[in-house]
Write a protein that binds this ligand. Sequence first.
Ligand SMILES: Nc1ncnc2c1ncn2[C@@H]1O[C@H](COP(=O)(O)OP(=O)(O)OP(=O)(O)O)[C@@H](O)[C@H]1O
Length: 252
Amino acid sequence: MLEVRDLTVRFGGITALDRVSFSAAAGRIVGLIGPNGAGKTTLFNCLSRLYRCDEGDILFEGRSLLRTPAHGIAALGIARTFQNLALFRTMSVRQNILLGAHSRAAGGFVAHALRLPRVRAQERALAAQADEIVELLELGPVAGRRVADLPFGTLKRVELGRALASRPKLLLLDEPAGGLNHEEVGGLMELLRGIRERLSLSLLLVEHHMNLVMRISDQVVALNFGRKIADGTPDEVRHDAELVKAYLGNAP
Ligand SMILES: Nc1ncnc2c1ncn2[C@@H]1O[C@H](COP(=O)(O)OP(=O)(O)OP(=O)(O)O)[C@@H](O)[C@H]1O
């Protein structure tokens, strides 16, 4: 489904990604790990077309993402979450999720302005999809509440819902456990597994929470100083000498 080929990104004199390659099959949960400054965010931002890449390519279902304009990514079936949450704070939970669903809406400006029957039918379908996501993420009790009034842990779920509402084939998660307490991380793990099963999608997550990554991922890709240093199942990667050294240094 996803193939990253010799991806290189430079910022002035810094090589943030140095010929990174890996591939991921459909339906997998892929964890992207590495110490601070390893290049995880840069790779993530290349996948969502926020950053320009200097060399290499990213293929999604055989199509070059780098030749797809950034606004065309959602139409291909890729959605992302943001670490600092991309929500409209004065709107309700349900409205935020509905906005995510609207990235799939078809029909031009005129059809929408005139509210033609097919536009109304489409709006009903999108609303039903948004409600399904609300239910899946157990957000029903707060669906009508203003986002600004809700605690951070709930907002992380709304952010997830906003991205899921576009019905992506690949969901990119930017530190989904960031800022969550121990109990919430446990809940998130169950939630992500449930989402993968129920919506049969692939997940790629950048995450510092090692326990979450190792327990939930089918495949782990590790970076250090912009290079890929390990790629395999959590068990294969856990004992990788270069990865252990990258995290712990040369301490005995
Ligand atoms: N926009 C930018 N301009 C200049 N340098 C950048 C930019 N973004 C990243 N870098 C540099 O690229 C390298 C990789 O950074 P990146 O943020 O991708 O790492 P990371 O693995 O996500 O780190 P962290 O875990 O701390 O978020 C670092 O040396 C960083 O300073």
